[in-house]
Design a binder for this molecule. Structure first.
Ligand SMILES: C[S@@+](CC[C@H](N)C(=O)[O-])C[C@H]1O[C@@H](n2cnc3c(N)ncnc32)[C@H](O)[C@@H]1O
Length: 192
């Protein structure tokens, strides 16, 4: 069995066994990935934070596109975090991305506690709609605090259920549907 197929199976299994946490049964596909990473300039040379990396669908494309940037990806499921590391390594991209097996909430609070630089871009596939209202609001607030003024939060979701929560906390929000994905999704581009 190829490593790519094994990685895909890891995601499908996570989706079937822990659907609430995983939020999908298949990784994002190329049109959605393209939409998610499009605002990050190819020559961006700072750090990009990715929340909920899964098996690396976005991580790999970000690392390929932004050769001078450094991607810090977190993934709560250790099997998927390991799968992302394998996929990066197989693509020769390990030096451009670090994958931490930890929650988005913990990564963001640790960065704040350590006084690390705020980010220009936070890209997220976290299934906000499955977190519950309080946890979702708390995470969005953490994202706001972790971004520089003018920085962008890019999040996809399979419904519009959390659009209003995001709109209320950012200075602008642009929402784009992506029909060519299973399931169809929306991408939020929220500017702090
Ligand atoms: C819908 S999948 C998206 C995966 C990948 N970004 C993609 O687009 O294919 C959401 C991922 O977020 C992870 N996740 C869920 N809650 C999380 C949390 N609090 N912190 C970090 N990762 C989380 C899940 O394990 C899952 O891999």
């Amino acid at each position: 069995m190829s490593k790519a197929f094994t990685s895909y199976l890891h995601f499908v299994c996570a989706g079937l066994v822990k659907l609430r946490q995983t939020g999908a049964i298949v990784p994002s596909q190329r049109f959605l990935v393209s939409r998610m990473i499009a605002p990050v300039p190819e020559d961006y040379s700072g750090e990009i934070i990715e929340l909920g990396a899964g098996n690396g669908a976005l991580t790999l494309r970000l690392a390929q596109r932004c050769r001078k940037a450094r991607v810090l990806a977190c993934e709560i499921n250790p099997v998927l975090a390991q799968s992302t590391r394998h996929n990066l390594s197989a693509a020769g991209l390990s030096s451009r991305a670090e994958v931490v097996s930890d929650s988005a909430e913990h990564i963001l609070s640790e960065r704040a506690r350590r006084g690390l630089d705020k980010a220009d871009y936070i890209v997220s596939g976290i299934p906000l709609g499955n977190l519950g209202r309080e946890r979702t609001l708390a995470l969005i607030d953490q994202v706001v605090r972790s971004l520089r003024v003018g920085g962008m939060y890019i999040q996809f979701q399979y419904s519009l259920v959390d659009r209003k929560k995001i709109r209320q906390r950012f200075s602008s929000l642009h929402t784009v549907p992506v029909f060519l994905n299973f399931p169809p999704a929306v991408v939020y581009y929220a500017r702090r």
